[in-house]
Each structure stands twice: as structure tokens, then as C-alpha cells.
Design a protein around this ligand. Structure first.
Ligand code: MLT
Length: 405
């Protein structure tokens, strides 16, 4: 008899965004005359930058000739891309990351979800609330939690992110081993200052904890005083792993390319307290379970760092940020309190009613899809998230419909 991993039975029946998609599809079937505007999942709508498209075409041509053909690539990614990242995303900002500390992958969702495999079952884990559900669900699947009681899993340390702390939680009083942080934040759009990240890094160093820092939305930061990488903070190379993606800056949500930085200094400890290289362990896992991102996609990602690529990516993120400004201005003028949207493509809105009720209201009365805040955790109850990833026309139309409601 095949038996199930019972940890999976602790999970909610479906993943947040699948749940929303089902409701939206049902609504569309029942109202096929309505033009739904999707401001829910953070999926890009604008085409890939032309420089990336040119690089993709050229790389596909390479594959058509024997002397430039590429079969299996290095599991960790091609040197041309790893070096471009090290130079442009880190050295240029005074942060030290070496090319061989960068692992190219097919997405930050997979990397943030998979990374927990390296740790023992009995670690304590701090999870912000609200949070990107992948961090929680993958630890539930791995058996590191008890059951879900009233929206929270037993055994996790929840870090409330609320209006009162500006949606940036401080380190907890107790000791935790693993910490998930995401800035600019999904879902609240809040950003962390250098001082706030320094507090977290100091906490992690003091407790020999590890920070998993999700920086997927970093290209939306416009405030020059905000750090772009956790490695801009002293000591972070000893206690933090950083995840980044080409999804939201260059529009690779369907193309798939991301990377994870694992500095060689970081140690994790066995039951006798002996240190082991986290980089070596992740490398071992990556080579066993992953066969690399395709050559044309890595060439397209490399093109993001060319002069024209940089300009085009900046224009793309500016485009979505202008959408975010339009959404935030309109929702604020209607009396809603809003966070995010300035250095982030997400606007976190206090809905004044239960999240799913507001979601249903927007869908039924205006054919607009948002994401109910409570889907990201208990502290998200009473909020919705609106994503700026859509065309300008649709964003303006959505705001007109909301005004008319
Ligand atoms: C979101 O809407 O939260 C994101 O699109 C999720 C993701 O990037 O996987």
C-alpha cells in the first residue's frame, strides 16, 4: 500500500493563486460578456526587452551550428551570466559577491522553496506574517510544523508585519535558526532600511542563524537611501543567502531565469557543532537535482546587463511603477490607506472589510481581480494586494471602475 507524506495533508487544499484562478474562471464562465482585469498575481504583461529578444534569437542560431552548439551546461550556470551578475548587481554597488557564489536557476519560487532541504527537521523558523506562501508551505511539506490552527502552523515563529511597525518586523526576542525576509516586500510593498537590515544581520550573527533574503523586487527600488542587496550590510556574507530573479525586472516570468547567492563564508552546523560549508551543500543539491537553465535563456538574461538592456529594463520597471502610482493615488483619494507602490509593484490596501469579501466585491461589481491579504497570513486579514503588473490602459480602466463602484 502506498502511503502519503501526511505533512501534505496539513496544507490548505490549494495554493493561494490557484484558488483565486478557480474563482476567477468560474466568474468568467458565468459572465462571459465581462472584461476581467487581473491585478492579482504578480505576472508581467509587457513583452521582453528587445535586447533580450535579440540575444535569444542569436543564441537559438548558435544551437543550429555544430561549432556553437551547447548541450548540457554547467549546473550552476554559464560563467558569462554569473560574471555579469557579480559585476553589475554587486561589485558596482560595493557589495562583494564572487561569480562562483552565484547559482543560476529557473526561478526564485523554486529556490526559496527548495533551500529548506539543507536544514535539519528541528530548526526553529521565523516567518513574517503576511508572507509569500511558498516559504511556509515548503516547510510544512518537509514536516517542520504542526497542524494549522486558526490560520497559523504550530511550531513556526510568526513575525507580525502590521501598520504599527510599518510592515517591517524587528527580530524576535527568542532565538530562531532560520529567517525568511523579503524586501521590497511581497505582499505589502514595504521596504527595509539599512538600519533595519543591519539589526537582522546582527541578530543572525549573534545567534548563528541564517537569513534567506528574497530580493526578487529589488529593481523597483528608486529611493537611493535603500539597500539593494543584503550584502551591502556588513557581516551579511556570513549569515545570509540572497535570491533574485529576472522575472519582475526583465519580464522573464514565462522565460524562467533567476539566481541564488550563497557566500562561501557561511557555515551550518551538525549535531556536534562542527561547521560545514553551506555553499558546498547547496552546490551538491543543485548538481543532483537541477540540470541548468537553457543556453538561450541565459544569453537573454546576460543581455539585461548590456547598456541597451539596462535602459530597457529601467523603462519596463518605470512603466509598472507609474501604474503603481496611479493605483495608489486613486485608492488613497478614495480614502483607503495604502502601503507600497513607491519602490515596489505591489500596493497593500486596507480594505475596511474582510479580505475575501472585498475580493468578491471587486470581482462581482467591477470584474477586477486582486489578491486577498488574508491569503498571505492572518495579519493580512482586512487588506488586499493590488499588483501594478498590467497595461496602462487596464490599470486606468480598473481605477475608473473602482471609482464608479
Ligand atoms: C505573486 O503574485 O505573489 C508572485 O507572482 C508570486 C511569484 O512570483 O511566484
Amino acid at each position: 500500500m502506498i502511503t502519503v507524506n501526511e505533512n501534505f495533508l496539513k496544507l490548505k487544499a490549494s495554493y493561494l493563486f490557484s484558488d483565486i484562478a478557480k474563482r476567477v474562471n468560474r466568474f468568467q464562465e458565468e459572465n462571459n460578456d465581462k472584461q476581467i482585469i487581473k491585478l492579482g498575481i504578480g505576472d508581467v504583461t509587457q513583452p521582453l526587452p528587445p535586447t533580450c529578444i535579440n540575444a535569444l534569437h542569436a543564441a537559438v542560431d548558435d544551437l543550429s551550428k555544430t561549432d556553437s552548439f551547447h548541450g548540457y551546461g554547467p549546473e550552476q550556470g554559464y560563467a558569462f551570466l554569473r560574471e555579469a551578475i557579480a559585476q553589475n548587481d554587486y561589485s558596482s554597488r560595493g557589495a562583494q559577491v564572487n561569480a562562483d557564489e552565484i547559482f543560476i536557476s529557473d526561478g526564485s519560487k523554486c529556490d526559496t522553496g527548495n533551500f529548506q532541504e539543507l536544514f535539519s527537521q528541528d530548526i526553529t523558523i521565523a516567518i513574517p506574517d503576511p508572507v509569500y506562501p511558498v516559504y511556509v508551505d515548503t516547510n510544512v511539506m518537509a514536516g517542520r510544523t504542526g497542524n494549522n490552527q486558526d490560520g497559523r502552523y504550530e511550531g513556526l515563529v510568526y513575525l507580525d508585519s502590521t501598520e504599527s511597525n510599518g510592515f517591517v518586523p524587528a527580530p524576535p526576542k527568542e532565538r530562531v535558526d532560520l529567517i525568511y525576509l523579503c524586501f521590497p516586500n511581497n505582499p505589502t510593498g514595504a521596504t527595509a532600511t539599512r538600519e533595519q537590515l543591519t539589526e537582522w544581520v546582527n541578530y543572525a550573527l549573534e545567534h548563528k542563524s541564517l537569513i534567506l533574503f528574497d530580493a526578487a523586487y529589488v529593481s523597483f527600488i528608486r529611493d537611493e537611501s535603500l539597500p539593494r542587496s543584503i550584502y551591502e550590510i556588513e557581516g551579511a556574507r556570513r549569515c545570509a543567502v540572497e535570491f533574485r530573479s529576472f522575472s519582475k525586472n526583465a519580464g522573464f516570468t514565462g522565460t524562467r531565469c533567476a539566481f541564488t547567492v550563497v557566500p562561501k563564508e557561511i557555515e551550518v552546523y551538525d549535531s556536534e557543532g562542527k561547521g560545514h560549508s553551506l555553499h558546498a551543500l547547496w552546490n551538491r543539491r543543485h548538481c543532483t537535482k537541477f540540470n541548468g537553465v537553457s543556453y538561450p535563456v541565459q544569453k537573454a538574461a546576460e543581455a539585461v546587463y548590456s547598456d541597451s538592456g539596462k535602459k530597457e529594463v529601467r523603462a519596463l520597471t518605470d512603466y509598472y511603477l507609474e501604474n503603481a502610482r496611479i493605483i495608489k493615488d486613486k485608492m488613497s483619494s478614495l480614502g483607503y490607506s495604502c502601503t507600497g507602490g513607491d519602490n515596489s509593484p505591489y500596493i497593500w490596501i486596507k480594505s475596511g472589510m474582510k479580505s475575501w469579501d472585498f475580493f468578491d466585491d471587486l470581482l462581482n461589481r467591477a470584474a477586477i481581480v486582486c489578491t486577498p491579504g488574508v491569503g498571505f497570513g492572518n495579519c493580512g486579514e482586512g487588506y488586499i494586494r493590488i499588483s501594478a503588473f498590467n497595461s496602462r490602459e487596464n490599470v486606468i480602466e480598473a481605477m475608473n471602475r473602482i471609482s464608479a463602484m
